[in-house]
Design a protein around this ligand. Sequence first.
Ligand code: ADP
Ligand code: AMP
Length: 213
Amino acid sequence: MRVVLLGPPGAGKGTQAQILEENYELMHISTGDIFRQNIKNETALGKKVKAYLAAGQLVPDELTIDLIWDRLDQADCDKGYLLDGFPRTIVQAEALNDGLATRGKKLDYVINIRVDNEVLIRRLAGRRVCPECGATYHVDVKPPKVGEICDVCGTTVIQRTDDKIETVRDRLQVYETQTAPLIDFYEKQGNLITVDGSMPVDEVTAAIQNAIH
Ligand code: ADP
Ligand code: AMP
């Protein structure tokens, strides 16, 4: 099964993907996580994309599309995947369709997780992430069990620099202009399912599971 999780920053794509990858045999592929890992390791790709992430702007399509196919063509994606943060532009969505068609495959579901901006801003302000294993927390809704220590790997959790309020506003604007048009794109394609992402985490999971069963 191949699923796209669509939604603005803070909608809960990563949170849901971390739950669903355990419930189904699917790889969770987050382009944001791949970029951040490359920045941390100071790779050539990391150096190219660092300024875009810091500014909350999108990495150019060509670079992102090459990166995603390198990843999706690996054997661990054969059984299926959850795409979190890709596609983010019409050009990327078309490249995904074309690449899948070339490989004789198709997308099964596009889950649009809808959340209002006010809620998104609160979620992003309170988000904490583990810089080592990528686990996601929230200071109020889902704090680590002990202080600021990641439950999974014991590393101190941090706030993403692009979750600071100045960058959050730019990212929400980027979402509106460049990514929101994908809702129409996939609606026309006939595989869009919209869920209310403002509900508690387990209720959003249940809504997604109902939709893909
Ligand atoms: P995205 O991957 O879409 O940017 P995340 O999954 O990282 O979003 O979630 C953003 C923040 O909101 C995190 O701190 C997460 O713990 C919290 N969160 C996610 N889903 C919910 C929910 N349904 N209700 C409340 N908080 C949530
Ligand atoms: P995310 O972790 O999904 O919030 O993504 C963090 C940042 O990575 C974004 O603000 C962009 O700078 C970059 N990014 C992630 N996915 C994409 C994509 N599909 N296209 C372009 N840039 C992306």
